[in-house]
Design a binder for this molecule. Structure first.
Ligand code: ADP
Ligand code: ADP
Ligand code: MG
Length: 460
C-alpha cells in the first residue's frame, strides 16, 4: 500500500470503525473534530486529533477548507469520509485529490454521476439494470409529471434528484395533487440539497428494500451479496439483515450480477451499494439508487462474508488491487443489525441526548457492538442520534433472531432513553420472524404496538 496515514472526516461510531480498520492495517490515524466532540471516543482512539470548528456541522464536519487544511498540516496521505456529511460530496473528493491526497472512495466524477439519482437511473438502464418505471429524466413541470403518472399509473412518487436519508420524497395519489406538490417539492429540494431537480417513479407497493454491496478497484468488480433493509421508519433503515430472505438463487444471481454490471460500466473504485426495491410476488427487482460510500449497515455483510469492507476501502485507496475474488466470496449463516438511537420510542422517537451513566455490552463471538459510547460520555445534541449498532450472527436466521433477543437483553445503556425496547419487541415479533415484512410494515406496526403502549401508560 502506498498510504501510511488516513484522516477521518467524520464522527461517531463510523469514525471509531474507520480508526480500528486503519490501525489494523498499520496506518496512522488523524481524527478531525468539532468543539462538541473533544471528549468523543473517536478522538480518544485516534493517534492524532485536530479541531476543525464549532459544533454546527456546517462549520466543522461540512467545512471543506478546514478539513483539507487539517489533512495537509497533519501530513495525511488519505481521507476517509465515512457516511453522511461529505461522503457523497463530489467537490470534497476533488478537493482531497487536488491537495495531493487519496480520497477513500470513487472519483468526484463518479460521485457526481451516481449521486444524481436521475443520472444514476440512466446509467443503470444503460447497464441493463431494471429501474422503477418513471420519468426518463428530470421533470420540468407539474403537467409533465402528471402526464408521466397517467402513463405509468398512480400512485407515484416525486423524488428529489439530489435526495438522500429518506428525505425529498412525496407520494402523489391523483393527478390534481401535482399542481400544488410540484412547486413545493422543487422549492424544498432546492433548500435541502441545493438542487431543485425532481423525477417521478411509480410507487412499488408492499416492496422490500434489497441492496447489493459492491467493491471495485477500477478494473475488477465483485459483489458481496445482498442485504435486506425493509424495516424502515420515515424511509430510513432501522434494522438490517444479510442475506435477504426467501430470495430464489436464480433471482439472487441476477440481482448481484446487475450490480456488478453497473459497477463495471462506470469503472467503479471503492465500496458502494446498489439499492433496489424487490416485488416478491413478481420476483422482480427495480434499481432505485447507488450510495457511493460505506453504508451504516455494512457490518451484516462483513458478518456473513468475513470480508472487512473498511479495510478493503483503505487498501483500494492505497492503490492495491481487490484482494478478494468473486469465487472466494460466500455467504455463511445470517446476520442482523439493530440501529440503537438516543431516541424515546414511546415518545414518537424524540431525540434524547444526555449523559450515559452506565454501559453493559454483551460479549460473545457472534455479537458485535459498533458504538461511540463509553461510560460517562455525554451524547451531544448537535448530530445524528445513532449511538451504535448491535450486530448478531447465527448459523440460521432463526438462531440469529434468538441470539439477538439474548444480546438485546444483555445490552444496557443507562441514563438516556434508547431504541433498545423497539428492537426487543421486533426481535420477538411473529411477522418479523416469518419475514412477512415490507418497507411500510414498521410504520403500521408502530401505530398498533407502541401507540397502544403509550396510551396504556397514560391510563396507568
Ligand atoms: P444508509 O443508512 O443506508 O447508509 P442513508 O441514505 O440512510 O444510507 O444515509 C445515512 C444517514 O446517516 C444519512 O441520512 C445521514 O443523515 C446520517 N448520518 C450522517 N452522518 C452521520 C453520522 N456521523 N452518524 C450517524 N448518522 C449519520
Ligand atoms: P434515499 O436516497 O433517501 O435513500 P431512496 O430512493 O433510496 O432514497 O428511497 C428510500 C426509501 O424510500 C426506500 O428504501 C423505500 O422504502 C422508499 N421508496 C423509494 N422509492 C420508492 C418507490 N418507487 N416505491 C416505493 N417505495 C419507494
Ligand atoms: Mg437509499
Amino acid at each position: 500500500m502506498t498510504i501510511g496515514s488516513v484522516l477521518i472526516a467524520n464522527r461517531g461510531e463510523i469514525a471509531v470503525r474507520i480508526n480500528s480498520a486503519a490501525k489494523a492495517l498499520g496506518l496512522r490515524t488523524i481524527q478531525v473534530h468539532s468543539t462538541a466532540d473533544t471528549d468523543s471516543l473517536a478522538v480518544r482512539l485516534a493517534d492524532e486529533a485536530v479541531p476543525i470548528g464549532p459544533p454546527a456541522a456546517k462549520k466543522s464536519y461540512l467545512n471543506i477548507p478546514a478539513i483539507i487544511e487539517a489533512a495537509k498540516t497533519a501530513g495525511a496521505d488519505a481521507v476517509h469520509p465515512g457516511y453522511g456529511f461529505l461522503a457523497e460530496n463530489a467537490d470534497f473528493a476533488d478537493a482531497v485529490v487536488a491537495a495531493g491526497m487519496r480520497f477513500v472512495g470513487p472519483s468526484g466524477t463518479a460521485i457526481r454521476l451516481l449521486g444524481d439519482k436521475v443520472a444514476a437511473r440512466e446509467a443503470a438502464r444503460k447497464a441493463g439494470v431494471p429501474t422503477v418505471p418513471g420519468s426518463d429524466g428530470r421533470i420540468s413541470s407539474a403537467a409533465d409529471a402528471a402526464n408521466i403518472a397517467d402513463e405509468i399509473g398512480f400512485p407515484v412518487m416525486i423524488k428529489a434528484a439530489a435526495g438522500g436519508g429518506g428525505r425529498g420524497i412525496r407520494i402523489i395519489k391523483e393527478r390534481s395533487e401535482f399542481e400544488r406538490q410540484f412547486l413545493q417539492a422543487a422549492a424544498e429540494a432546492e433548500a435541502a440539497f441545493g438542487d431543485g431537480g425532481l423525477y417521478v417513479e411509480k410507487v412499488i407497493e408492499r416492496a422490500r428494500h434489497v441492496e447489493v454491496q459492491i467493491l471495485g478497484d477500477g478494473k475488477n468488480f465483485v459483489h458481496c451479496f445482498e442485504r435486506e433493509c425493509s424495516l424502515q421508519r420515515r424511509r430510513q433503515k432501522v434494522w438490517e439483515e444479510a442475506p435477504a430472505f426467501r430470495l430464489p438463487p436464480e433471482v439472487r444471481d441476477r440481482l448481484c450480477a446487475s450490480a456488478v454490471e453497473l459497477a463495471r460500466s462506470v469503472g467503479y473504485v471503492g465500496a458502494g451499494t446498489v439499492e433496489y426495491l424487490y416485488d416478491e410476488d413478481a420476483q422482480a427487482f427495480y434499481f432505485i439508487e447507488v450510495n457511493t460510500r460505506i453504508q451504516v449497515e455494512h457490518p451484516v455483510t462483513e458478518m456473513i462474508t468475513g470480508i472487512d469492507l473498511v479495510q478493503e476501502m483503505l487498501k483500494i485507496a492505497g492503490g492495491a488491487p481487490l484482494s478478494v475474488r468473486q469465487e472466494d466470496i460466500a455467504i455463511s449463516g445470517h446476520a442482523i443489525e439493530c440501529r440503537i438511537n438516543a431516541e424515546d420510542p414511546f415518545k414518537d422517537f424524540q431525540p434524547w441526548p444526555g449523559k450515559v451513566e452506565g454501559l453493559t455490552v454483551p460479549e460473545a463471538a457472534h455479537v458485535r457492538f459498533d458504538t461511540l459510547l463509553y461510560e460517562g460520555y455525554t451524547v451531544p445534541p448537535f448530530y445524528d442520534s445513532l449511538l451504535g449498532k448491535l450486530i448478531v450472527h447465527g448459523e440460521t436466521r432463526e438462531q440469529c433472531l434468538s441470539r439477538l433477543g439474548e444480546a438485546l437483553g444483555e445490552l444496557e445503556i443507562r441514563g438516556i432513553p434508547t431504541t433498545v425496547p423497539l428492537h426487543t419487541a421486533l426481535a420477538a415479533d411473529p411477522d418479523v420472524a416469518s419475514g412477512r415484512i415490507h418497507t411500510r410494515f414498521l410504520e403500521g406496526w408502530l401505530e398498533t404496538r407502541f401507540a397502544a403502549r403509550d396510551s396504556e401508560k397514560e391510563v396507568a
